[in-house]
Design a protein around this ligand. Structure first.
Ligand SMILES: Cc1cc2nc3c(=O)[nH]c(=O)nc-3n(C[C@H](O)[C@H](O)[C@H](O)COP(=O)(O)OP(=O)(O)OC[C@H]3O[C@@H](n4cnc5c(N)ncnc54)[C@H](O)[C@@H]3O)c2cc1C
Ligand SMILES: NC(=O)c1ccc[n+]([C@@H]2O[C@H](COP(=O)([O-])OP(=O)(O)OC[C@H]3O[C@@H](n4cnc5c(N)ncnc54)[C@H](O)[C@@H]3O)[C@@H](O)[C@H]2O)c1
Length: 473
């Protein structure tokens, strides 16, 4: 049977673009279907890029604010400038993901909503196209919880917040996960009075508990954080929105000009016609095996739509695996143990592998925990950035099972541990690498040195060594 294409990719975001470019560069005939007029997906338009541009602009305003007293009108001007800068950054990166670039690779791009008609055919706008294999990479959208009154509120999500140009005086943020925490702090640094309302007992609950506690303390210095709060009702007022919530059984309310909903993500699967293609879902996402195959062997799903780990670098990793498997017929499998992430708050949070709580459960007595406070490191002391902690979890032989940090720039200097782990080296190997002094990753070496201290100096071997030195040297 002949098909129009060897591979049809649905969705032109981080996952879909990796697959389309990879498959085309290996000689496959590729169709890429994206419903928006521009490629790039959430990461470029409503996610990583605008949020990181805003975080950096806000950091600069915050820094400058340490040396001058900004008036309300200064903040109005700085806010508008920051948001225009965000839009410019997105435009610049858009050039990198331009349609032209992909057309030059030989890819046919369709600007339309794709829907399966059967297991080898898609309805693409007015046309139908057939393909031998498919990769679904349709991403995710914000979850909007069914709170009473929410439908009558003009709330913001990550899809609309970056379009603000006028500074709101106040912002309520429902949800203190990664999106809520990053955006809340940035807004606060741009002169907005921010209150985060989190349903759980802590914000950033996916992080190691000790790191979360430090983060919550530091973020609370810059904005209001209410945890353990159940939002009962939202009411539209002349000034904006009234949030009615209960905390520890008592009813409270809060007036804000704008409201951001950041309560998690749901896979974009509605209207895809998955049933016509025989593709099954699990917990609201497309079910895949480790080779990224759906319940139909010729249809793969990568990125946020498969519910694995909603990060751009994961969509990229899964996309590369789907290319190997779909183009070359291999059975490469994804592994998530060595996937780090970074929360881009100030200070940053680095997360790799198991948290201490998870690792204790898995490794019990065999778990070793090494910690260094940034306050004990020369560089962080010199720069007055002593708020923070490095925590590394290993087996008793030094195999890295988790690494966590909160600290200025932690997303960059902690990745040394991720690299060592990916190369299947032991944590103590870092002690043998000479780091320029006083580079920030010296704090990683300092932590690795604790392994040797534990093994050599806190053991009976130490007594034997001392005896040897006294007697023979
Ligand atoms: C505010 C925010 C900040 C973030 N920051 C980071 C970060 O710093 N680092 C990080 O790693 N991750 C970050 N993420 C997560 C990251 O954006 C996603 O994990 C990533 O975009 C997922 O890529 P994807 O290809 O699965 O989906 P997307 O990039 O969303 O692409 C999916 C594409 O499919 C299209 N589509 C959907 N359905 C159809 C259809 N039926 N037909 C045709 N086209 C369709 C959509 O229009 C979209 O363009 C952030 C997310 C948010 C919301
Ligand atoms: N730096 C990064 O890499 C980065 C940045 C942003 C987003 N992301 C990705 O996007 C994903 C989604 O982020 P997110 O913050 O939307 O989700 P999340 O799951 O991390 O956090 C959602 C938070 O909202 C709370 N919540 C849910 N319903 C609520 C309600 N009704 N009232 C009060 N609180 C409520 C939850 O308890 C949770 O703390 C992340 O898990 C991450 O994978 C990554």
């Amino acid at each position: 049977m002949s098909y129009d294409y060897q591979i049809a990719v649905i969705g032109g975001g981080s996952g879909g673009l990796t697959v389309a470019a990879g498959a085309a560069s290996f000689g496959a005939s590729v169709a890429l279907i994206e419903r928006k007029s521009e490629l790039g997906g959430d990461c470029l338009h409503y996610g990583c890029m605008p949020s990181k541009a805003m975080i950096e602009a806000a950091r600069e305003v915050h820094q400058a604010g340490l040396y001058s007293d900004f008036s309300e009108s200064d903040y109005d001007r700085l806010f508008t400038g920051a948001m225009e800068r965000v839009a410019d950054a997105v435009k610049d990166v858009q050039n990198h993901d331009s349609k032209d670039r992909f057309i030059k690779l030989g890819i046919d791009i369709y600007e339309a909503e794709a829907q399966f008609i059967d297991e080898h055919t898609l309805q693409v706008g007015e046309e139908t196209i057939s393909a031998k294999r498919f990769v679904i990479a349709t991403g995710s959208s914000p979850v909007v919880p069914p709170i009473e009154g929410i439908d009558s509120i003009d709330y913001l999500t990550n899809e609309s917040i970056f379009s603000l140009r006028k500074r709101p005086t106040s912002l309520g943020v429902i949800g203190g996960g990664i999106i809520g925490s990053e955006l809340a702090q940035a807004m606060s640094r741009l002169g907005v009075d921010v209150t985060v309302v989190e349903g759980g007992q802590q914000i950033l609950a996916k992080e190691d508990k000790e790191i979360t506690e430090l983060a919550e303390g530091l973020l609370s210095e810059e904005m209001n954080v209410i945890t353990g709060a159940k939002v009962e009702r939202l009411e539209s007022t002349n000034e904006g929105v009234k949030i009615h919530y209960t905390k520890e059984g008592s009813a409270n309310s809060l007036n804000v000009e704008k409201l951001l909903v950041a309560t998690g993500r749901k896979a974009n699967i509605d209207g895809l016609g998955l049933e016509q293609a025989g593709v099954e879902t699990s917990n609201g996402s497309i079910a895949v095996d480790a080779a990224m195959r759906t319940t139909q062997r010729h249809i793969y799903a990568v990125g946020d739509c498969n519910g694995s780990m909603p990060f751009t670098h994961v969509a990229g990793m899964e996309g590369k695996i789907a290319v190997s498997n779909a183009v070359f017929g291999l059975s490469r499998k994804a592994s998530y143990e060595k996937v780090p992430w970074v929360v881009y708050t100030g200070p940053e949070i680095y997360h790799l592998g198991l948290t201490e709580e998870e690792a204790k459960e898995q490794y019990g007595e065999k778990l070793l925990t090494f910690k260094t406070k940034l306050a004990d490191n020369d560089r962080f002391m010199a720069e007055r950035h002593t708020d923070g902690l490095v925590k590394v979890l290993t087996t008793n032989r030094g195999r890295i099972v988790g690494a966590h940090a909160i600290g200025e720039g932690a997303g960059e200097w902690m990745q040394e541990i991720g690299t060592v782990q990916a190369l299947n080296k032991k944590f103590q190997a870092i002690s043998n690498i000479i780091h320029p002094y006083p580079a920030k990753n010296n704090v990683v070496t300092q932590t690795a040195d604790l392994y040797w201290r534990e093994k050599l100096f806190d053991s009976s071997l130490n007594e034997a060594l001392k005896w040897y030195v006294r007697k023979f040297r």
